[in-house]
Design a protein around this ligand. Structure first.
Ligand code: SAM
Length: 254
């Protein structure tokens, strides 16, 4: 069965997305490894190294999920720079995903320090945060799930300080046609099947595959970031990872 997702009204769509992540919350980390053959870890390592957070930054990690990015940011600042003043505020629309993140942080040295905070919230509004609050805004494999992506980008611009950096890691599109065909076969056949076998949940993983398909190509997404008011490099507006399966987009609020 496939969701006819385009035809679904927005409020229902939002609750469907919530449902998907509630049903996958506990199996989420295992499934990430299985579906990406562990490659998502390398992408995330590269994403945070490239961002190179340090110097008592206030970071906001939206759609933070189980904390993969927040933890990497704090570890990077501490191990490379001895920086224990950089902090990450994690936000997710789904309390169950956030719970998994809290459990994970409880095992780390950041637990119950000012370096980490958690909040339920919607990327489209982030109504609990004032304008010009953060130095860095990250969102990793989250923005394609947001119903109104332009609203989320405008909100990112609102909560960042002038000079603040927006950094997005998201699935993208393979440009080589032969590889694209192979990737399509893998994602439409193998991933829902893995979802069925490992998490007894074919539909949620079918949804994930379809959401990747619907997400705009990198060139178009870079323009959407510009349209929200960000400065994006003309020369290299994005970086493709692994043939374009994923991409990193950065923007600066001037
Ligand atoms: N950032 C983590 C990572 O890279 O592993 C988690 C990514 S997970 C694929 C997507 C997350 O986006 C889920 O935790 C989901 O609850 C969250 N999400 C979906 N829509 C959202 C929204 N409108 N606002 C905030 N979070 C949202």
């Amino acid at each position: 069965t496939h969701f006819g997702f385009r035809d679904v009204p927005n409020d229902l769509k939002e609750s469907l997305v919530r449902g998907v992540f509630s049903s996958v919350a506990s199996s989420y980390d295992v499934m990430n490894d299985a579906m990406s053959l562990g490659i998502h870890r390398l992408w995330k390592d590269h994403y945070v190294s490239k961002l190179d957070p340090h110097g008592a930054l206030r970071c906001l990690d939206v759609a933070g999920g189980t904390g993969d990015i927040a933890l990497r940011i704090l570890d990077h600042a501490r191990t490379r720079y001895g920086d224990r003043d950089t902090s990450v505020h994690m936000v997710d629309i789904n309390p169950e995903m956030l719970e998994e993140g809290k459990k994970r942080f409880a095992q780390t040295m950041y637990h119950a320090t000012p370096q980490i905070a958690f909040d339920v919230g919607n990327a489209e509004t982030l109504s609990q945060f004032a304008d010009n609050t953060f130095d860095v805004y990250t969102i990793s494999f989250g923005i394609r799930n947001v119903t109104d992506i332009p609203a989320a980008l405008r909100t990112a611009h609102r909560v960042l300080k002038p000079g603040g950096v927006l950094s997005i890691l998201e699935f993208s599109h393979v440009d080589n046609p032969v590889l694209a065909k192979a990737y399509d076969l893998f994602s439409f056949n193998v991933i829902p099947e893995l979802g069925h076998l490992l998490a007894a949940d074919r539909d949620s993983y079918q949804y994930l595959v379809e959401s990747i398909r619907r997400f705009p190509p990198a060139e178009k997404f870079a323009q959407m970031i510009r349209d929200a008011g960000f400065e994006v490099a003309e020369e290299e507006p994005f970086e493709r990872l692994t043939w374009g399966i994923a991409a990193i987009h950065n923007g600066v609020k001037l």
